[in-house]
Design a protein around this ligand. Structure first.
Ligand SMILES: Cc1cc2nc3c(=O)[nH]c(=O)nc-3n(C[C@H](O)[C@H](O)[C@H](O)COP(=O)(O)OP(=O)(O)OC[C@H]3O[C@@H](n4cnc5c(N)ncnc54)[C@H](O)[C@@H]3O)c2cc1C
Ligand code: FES
Length: 265
């Protein structure tokens, strides 16, 4: 009997955390944990399939933070805990944790881009001393769509964390307003040779944030980004995610910026 690599398997939905009106975190039972930065193809029978990053990794479970934007995501938002969700994966080249050992790590993430870096941040938070220094820089459109507020509050106690919103409507307790790019210069970078910068967000945000870090002296080889592309198979067979000679599903989604800049539109 041959195993069909495209066949999803059912996994029990344990709980749902409604972060904002449209972005909910789903905790799902899983036997084997993925690597940092990998993604799954998430599906419901007769509805469809979509690639989703892992926003949390624990003992016997993973979390996925899913924005309700369309056909599959809206059906997943209708599920109740106890029901099955279908997964295949994990797929892709994520972050290699060894790349961060004894480095000054800066993680800059915008909007939903905080999801794929959340497990990485938790690792550094729970393993003090693994990296020499860490700074977090998060950007959101407005106060009402700030994700992972509880986590950010906890991280802020141990990690230098800047949170900025593009614009304020309603109340905003944070100090920073403006694009994430405006706050790159506020991060102390005494020894850029020992730095690794991770940037995740919309392509335009990744491009301009990477440029700001490069202006501060960080070489593009020391910048990592995680890319989102239209995907179908997730395993390098269909060509949907192919840019030049690279398959984002196989070779990425995490790329060094010197390679990613050729792939970002
Ligand atoms: C590697 C990877 C990781 C991802 N991680 C997450 C995640 O953690 N959380 C999350 O909410 N989403 C994530 N996405 C995006 C998610 O896969 C899409 O939003 C999803 O396809 C929506 O499916 P749907 O059937 O609900 O919406 P659809 O009905 O398919 O589409 C809704 C709208 O979104 C647009 N759209 C669909 N896919 C994309 C895309 N890849 N890029 C830009 N626009 C798109 C469509 O054109 C349409 O306008 C990820 C995508 C990739 C490639
Ligand atoms: S999604 Fe099919 S080749 Fe990448």
């Amino acid at each position: 009997m041959c195993n069909n690599p495209l066949k999803p398997s059912p996994h029990k939905l344990i709980s749902i955390d409604k972060l904002t009106q449209d972005e909910w975190t789903f905790r799902i039972e899983i036997a084997e944990p993925p690597n940092f930065g990998q993604f799954y193809e998430v599906s419901l029978p007769l509805i469809g399939e979509m690639p989703i990053s892992t926003s949390g990794i624990g003992d016997g479970w993973i979390e996925m933070t899913i924005r309700n934007v369309g056909k599959v995501s809206s059906e997943i938002h209708r599920l109740q805990p106890g029901k099955n969700i279908f997964l295949r994966g994990p797929y892709g080249n994520g972050f290699s944790i060894a790349d961060f050992k004894d480095k000054h790590v800066v993680i800059a993430a915008g909007g939903c881009g905080v999801s794929p870096v959340r497990p990485l941040i938790e690792y550094f938070y729970n393993n003090p001393g693994y990296v020499t220094d860490i700074d977090l820089l998060f950007g959101f459109k407005e106060p009402g769509v700030v994700l992972f507020e509880n986590d950010i509050g906890r991280w802020q106690e141990r990690i230098n964390t800047i949170v900025t919103v593009d614009q304020v409507c309603g109340t905003w307790d944070g100090k920073c307003v403006g694009l994430i790019t405006e706050y790159v210069k506020d991060i102390e970078m005494p020894e850029y040779k020992n730095m690794v910068v991770v940037i995740v967000g919309p392509p335009i945000m990744m491009k301009f944030t990477a440029m700001e870090f490069m202006k501060q002296g960080v070489p593009k080889e020391q910048i990592l980004v995680s890319m989102e592309r239209r995907m179908s198979c997730g395993i390098g067979k269909c060509g949907h995610c192919k840019v030049d000679s690279r398959y984002v599903c196989l070779d990425g989604p995490v790329f060094r910026y010197d390679e990613a800049e050729k792939l970002i539109d």
